[in-house]
Design a protein around this ligand. Structure first.
Ligand SMILES: [Zn+2]
Length: 284
């Protein structure tokens, strides 16, 4: 039975003081966490690293999720691991993209399930996009798998962006598999937030080439304040990331998830020319 009924007696046994100390500690901890979770300090540059083509090979997929930084995982729709990997990635603090196959100029036998083709009408394309989104739970955005032909077609991209816009919170990351991509213009017209890749880490799957691209990523980030790379779950790429990611902090580089990256880019004064900035500003 509790005999302490008055404020004086509570003070006397120190409970109020302990409550006060605990409350102050909780506030302090919240402030400290908020600072730690902030995208970057003023002196940091940030990078986002997206690893594509996941969902087919559990061993490699799980090594990506275990990387010691918040890399973003881009999962192919309808793959055997899509759902489970998506859930596991979120549990491990990794953000998820839907890696949507789109028609290319070559090698379309490699597209996989759920691919978008230029011949699709708006309705068919819209239902393909909706089903693909549903197959990768937790996806916060979409980037293209292959897609060199689709990305160059204004009509196809307009249809795609309109379909994405119907899923309100999603954004589009152009992997830029073709220099002729019209994704930026199509995203702007449909008010879909837009980002684009700066560096492909592993177009050449060799250690020296991947290291050079990683250095390129760091250089862009240091000059501009932010940079975005896309890589693939190759053992060579994984080995490089496992080795280099822990060294980035001492170079003043912070790895962030793709959503934080987009928000950061959107509010940077120096990012005025970046499409994400203008598109986010003009979105309804
Ligand atoms: Zn891909």
């Amino acid at each position: 039975m509790n005999s302490s009924t008055g404020a004086e007696s509570v003070l006397a046994d120190g409970r109020v003081l302990r409550h006060l100390v605990a409350a102050v500690f909780r506030v302090w901890a919240m402030i400290a966490m908020a600072c730690a979770c902030n995208v970057a300090s003023a002196s940091d540059a940030i990078v986002a690293i997206v690893i594509d083509d996941l969902g087919n090979r559990p061993e490699l997929d799980n090594r990506i999720v275990a990387l010691p930084a918040p890399v973003t995982v881009a999962i192919l729709p309808f793959t055997p691991g899509a759902r489970q990997l998506s859930l596991h990635a979120r549990q491990q603090g990794k953000e998820v993209l839907l890696h949507l196959p789109m028609e290319a100029h070559h090698d379309n036998h490699l597209l996989g399930a759920g691919a978008l083709h230029r011949s699709m009408d708006d309705q068919l394309l819209g239902s393909h996009v909706a089903e693909a989104i549903a197959s990768v739970p937790n996806a916060i955005g979409i980037n293209n798998h292959m897609g060199s032909a689709f990305s160059e077609d204004p009509s196809a991209m307009r249809s795609l962006m309109q379909a994405i816009h119907r899923h309100r919170s999603l954004f589009y990351l152009d992997s830029r598999t073709t220099g002729g991509s019209v994704a930026r213009q199509a995203a702007a017209a449909a008010h879909v937030p837009y980002l684009e890749r700066d560096v492909f880490l592993d177009d050449v799957d060799e250690p020296a080439a991947i290291a050079a691209e990683f250095d390129h990523l760091v250089r862009i980030a240091r000059q501009r304040g932010y940079a975005l790379a896309i890589g693939h779950p190759y053992p060579t790429t994984l080995a490089l990331l496992e080795r280099r990611l822990p060294t980035l902090a001492e170079q003043g580089i912070k790895v962030v998830g793709i959503f934080s990256y987009m928000n950061y880019v959107a509010v940077q004064p120096s990012g005025a020319a970046n499409p994400a900035t203008t598109l986010l500003d003009t979105a309804p």
